[in-house]
Design a protein around this ligand. Structure first.
Ligand code: SF4
Ligand code: SF4
Length: 432
């Protein structure tokens, strides 16, 4: 066989070939694709992405290869394939819009998988995968530091309480929680925090709020501390399915050890991983109840475990950003809005919301490959936030939170970005 780049396409199923064939003749969803809209690069039109995959499959396994053998892929073709696979936020707009119901994001993930396994994926994906494999978190920190946010938030809350006026201080139901209070050997609920809120101090507010909410609801809950590994989703996004499975199995084992029946997530990506990707991609079924924080909090309000606030409370104008991973993928639209109503905030919707919500730009690990493109999309979403004139924007995903912060900063807008759990905990007086 002559030298060149050869890529195994065995992962592309017959059903996917049919979908690729249909999709590659169409461009109906192009105007909804955020990466195409920002770049106007034809390769990024979803139908064109499919065309790239089709032509790769034909080169490696098509009828003519019976006589000629697989053909090598040129550097230009490889560059386009990498763009098609990785310059995508996996926002799901194409899947949602597609009139033929093609599961496009599965096609893009398959492409990532074949590029990664052929060793030709973008370098940041390989580096990312290596750091994650060695450290169990994508930041490269020691995993023993997973619960250090608890000490940080304790000090942070103390400082904040000192600054409160007498009235607000007297209304507080804040309880100081230490690591030993929230690390248990057995529990009914495991709170899976995720790498972002565990390691980035600026994103640890969600973790703090969630543990205080669980505590206030009287839940027998635990976090996993250093036994929590990354959920594995970044491996899936990089295309490294083997490592994805290894990390998923580890975490499932830890849930089992705690004898939990429910696992709750403040990270939309971690939630999507266990709720949807694990059964659909790995075929691993579990009898655990996987819930996003907004779903569990809604249950607490319904069961009276958390008190709804009376309507005369001071009104706070907030807008809510639907994370793609719980929105279009999980259809969790009403629960976050419902719990915001329970604490009496005024919700101002953005122009594009729920199924049509604009991606924040940070999904699909695109930030690691093209930060500039992520920033452009984030600014667009930030503009929609500003249009609402809300003083705060909240979401149900730390990754959206961090991308929206950057988008608003680039716009020079002074809107506070918080996790939805922080709004609930603050309004209920569980946090200062
Ligand atoms: S995903 Fe659906 S709408 Fe978009 S190009 Fe493919 S077939 Fe057309
Ligand atoms: S998932 Fe989003 S970014 Fe990716 S191709 Fe579809 S619409 Fe474009």
């Amino acid at each position: 066989m002559s030298k060149g780049i050869f890529i195994s396409v065995d992962k592309v199923s017959k059903a996917q070939m049919l979908q690729l064939d249909i999709c590659s003749r169409c461009a109906l969803c192009a105007e909804y694709c955020p990466t195409y809209n920002e770049t106007r690069d034809k390769v990024l039109i979803p139908g064109e992405r499919s065309k790239q995959i089709m032509s790769l499959v034909k080169k490696q396994k098509g009828l003519l290869t019976f006589f000629t053998g697989p053909k090598s892929v040129s550097k230009e073709e490889l560059s386009d394939l990498n763009k098609a696979g990785y310059l995508c936020t996996l926002c799901g707009q194409c899947t949602y819009t597609c009139p033929t119901g093609i599961q496009t994001t599965n096609l893009w993930l398959t492409l990532r998988n074949i590029l990664f396994e052929a060793g030709v994926s973008p370098q940041p994906m390989k580096d990312f995968s290596k750091i994650l494999s060695e450290n169990y978190n994508f930041l490269g920190h020691s995993n023993t530091e997973r619960a250090d946010w608890v000490d940080f938030r304790l000090k942070f809350n103390k400082r904040k309480i000192k600054k409160l006026d007498e009235k607000r201080r007297s209304e507080l139901r804040y309880v100081e929680l230490r690591k030993e209070d929230i690390l248990k050997r057995e529990a009914d609920v495991v709170y899976f925090i995720g790498c972002n809120s565990s390691f980035f101090k600026g994103l640890s507010g969600a973790a703090d709020a969630m543990v205080h909410i669980l505590n206030a609801a009287g839940e027998k809950a635990t976090i996993l501390g250093e036994d929590e590994w990354c959920c594995g989703y970044p491996f899936l996004l990089a295309g490294n399915i083997k490592k994805f499975e290894e990390f998923v199995r580890h975490n499932l084992g830890e849930f089992k050890k705690r004898k939990a029946d429910t696992v709750v997530f403040t990270c939309a990506g971690c939630y999507k991983t266990f709720k949807h990707e694990v059964p659909e991609i790995l075929g691993i079924e579990s009898n655990l109840n996987f819930l996003h924080s907004s779903q569990l909090i809604e249950i607490y309000f319904k069961e009276g475990k958390l008190p709804s606030l009376p309507e005369e409370q001071e009104e706070l104008v907030i807008t809510y950003h639907d994370p793609c991973d719980i929105g279009r993928y999980g259809l969790i639209y009403e629960e976050p809005r419902e719990i915001l109503r329970k604490v009496n905030v005024t919700l101002k919707e953005m122009r594009d919301t729920k199924e049509k919500a604009l991606c924040c730009g940070g999904g699909g690990l695109m930030k690691a490959v093209n930060k500039e493109l992520t920033n452009k999309i984030a600014v667009k979403r930030a503009q929609q936030v500003v249009e609402t004139k809300a003083s705060r924007v909240c979401s149900g995903c730390p990754s959206c939170e961090s991308t929206l912060k950057e988008g608003l900063q680039n716009l020079g807008a002074k809107v506070r970005v918080l996790d939805i759990t922080e709004i609930i905990a603050e309004k209920l007086g569980l946090l200062p």
